[in-house]
Design a protein around this ligand. Structure first.
Ligand code: NAD
Length: 462
């Protein structure tokens, strides 16, 4: 095959980016051999943070935001290189989203009652040192987003990142500490260990200086945290269905669903994992997906082969998670055209590629006989995670019915899933969606204690 100019440019860009990674700061602020030492360091820095003004906290956060933007591409490439998951372009966007839209100290507010009997305030105070467990699917994004929110709330944080993404997580932890030092704050506002394991995680969960643990990951880690005897924020797994009814703009729905499903190769927990469409629109929806949105229609035989590879031995094959559609097709011997972004097929809700949270751009489409049937099947497919769901409809009664039945932390109407993160939608960003414990999209205020401060019979000057 002749090498075109654009191919040469791509190769040069890739090599340059790899060199950039090699040249990136290799400092290891906040990185310890032992978990107990890491916690001790975070405790010391917490005592300093506690005495800081809100203004000083905000200065550090501003510096973190700046450094995230400067290093967005480095972290994106590092994440893809280290985990083999996702794609660089979308990961760059995710880092900018964290920098631009993660709430800072403005999220820490006071509620007041003032009257004849005095003045009462509810203030949001820090927990102290928070333990945070982070996933390999959004490694640096979660570390950075958690640190901004936790620090804004007046806390410091000990991370036990996913071992498969430790290099990227350490890079992000180093970055926030460098930002703190540059802005006049302490080192070790965020810390971790060189080699996180289940054992270091247990030490953290049981440590007397850790009053709150935030777990972002699959069902295992959330259950472990909720069994720890400590207060836990559980941001667990999802399997978000996108429902399409006959009132939807079908052409737009096809585009939104494929865009959401393929973002960062379907790694975000909020991304469309399957579609449930009323029978009368299924063919039209698939037509637009295939003709205008770069989808590949998998035959029955190809679906079976994909199932064998993706769910080898009945277990999710980690080598397939976060891979792009063409790579997945190449694993079953299909050489797909260069533009292919998503693999689609029609199947029953029980199909293993539909019922399992795959985190890759394979999108099964389930046919429903009417809207009530679509809601019933979607609720079944969400598996009671109460995480995220999506709908394309112009019928407010249908939307309301679905919202009540599925009862998820996120419900996007008539848009791609990522608009729930403030990307092409209103609202702030987070990479920790506390689906299981009900806090929903976490932000600085989630990481604070409510304190009632009462002045009896005075300070009311009305
Ligand atoms: P994972 O569950 O394999 O790992 C997540 C983290 O938990 C890692 O740091 C891992 O080392 C740790 N861990 C796993 N089991 C543990 C246990 N028993 N005790 C202590 N720590 C444990 O998940 P992953 O593959 O890294 O990420 C993908 C999963 O996370 C998906 O299910 C996805 O939906 C979910 N997720 C949820 C959110 C959210 O905000 N709700 C965000 C991102 C990912």
């Amino acid at each position: 095959m002749p090498i075109s100019e654009s191919m040469v440019q791509d190769i040069v860009q890739e090599v340059m980016a790899k060199m950039q990674i090699a040249d990136a700061p290799t400092g290891k602020h906040g990185v310890f051999k032992e978990m107990n030492d890491a916690i001790e360091a975070a405790k010391k820095s917490e005592l300093i943070v506690k005495k800081m003004s809100m203004d000083q906290r905000e200065k550090i956060i501003t510096c973190i935001r700046k450094k995230i933007k400067e290093n967005a591409e480095v972290m994106a490439r590092m994440g893809v290189d280290e985990t083999g998951m996702g794609n660089v372009g979308d990961k760059i966007l995710k880092h900018h989203l964290v920098a631009d839209k993660t709430p800072g100290t403005e999220d820490i507010t006071t509620t007041a009652w003032s009257g004849d009997r005095g003045l009462t305030l509810i203030e949001m105070g820090p927990f102290g040192v928070i333990g945070a467990i982070t996933p390999c699917t959004n490694p640096s994004e979660t570390v950075l987003c958690n640190t901004i929110g936790m620090l804004a709330g007046g806390n410091t944080v000990v991370f036990n990142p996913h071992p498969a993404a430790i290099k990227t997580s350490i890079f992000a932890i180093n970055l926030v500490n460098e930002a703190s030092l540059e802005a006049g704050g302490p080192d070790n506002i965020a810390v971790t260990v060189e080699h996180p394991t289940l054992e270091t995680s247990n030490i953290m969960m049981k440590h007397k200086d850790i009053p709150l643990i935030a777990a972002t990951g699959g069902p295992g880690v959330v259950t472990a945290v909720l069994s720890s005897g400590k207060r836990g924020i559980g941001a667990g797994a999802g399997n978000p269905p996108a429902v399409v009814d006959e009132t939807a703009d079908i052409r737009k729905a096809a585009q939104d669903i494929v865009n959401g499903c393929t973002f960062d190769n379907n790694l975000p927990c909020i991304a469309e994992k399957e579609v449930v469409a009323v029978s009368s629109v299924v063919d039209e929806l698939m037509h637009y997906m295939l003709t205008e949105n770069d989808c590949y229609l998998a035959s029955k035989e190809e679906q079976d082969k994909l199932t064998e590879v993706v769910l080898a031995g009945g277990k999710l094959n980690r080598k397939c998670v976060g891979r792009d559609a063409r790579t997945l097709l190449s694993m079953i011997g299909v050489n797909a055209p260069a533009n292919i972004r998503c693999i689609i097929f029609e199947g029953p809700k029980e199909h293993p590629l539909i019922t399992t949270e795959l985190m890759m751009p394979i999108l099964g489409i389930v046919r429903a006989k009417d809207f009530d049937d679509a809601v019933e099947q979607a609720v079944w497919l969400e598996h009671g995670n109460r995480h995220s769901a999506h709908i394309h409809s112009k019928n407010v009664d249908n939307i309301t019915k679905y919202a009540k039945a599925i009862d998820t932390a996120i419900l996007v109407k008539n848009g791609p899933s990522y608009s729930a993160l403030g990307f092409g939608g209103e609202g702030y960003c987070t990479f920790t969606i506390a689906s299981r414990t009900g806090e929903g999209l976490t932000s600085a205020s989630t990481f604070t204690k409510r304190r009632r401060c009462v002045m009896s019979d005075s300070l009311c000057i009305r």
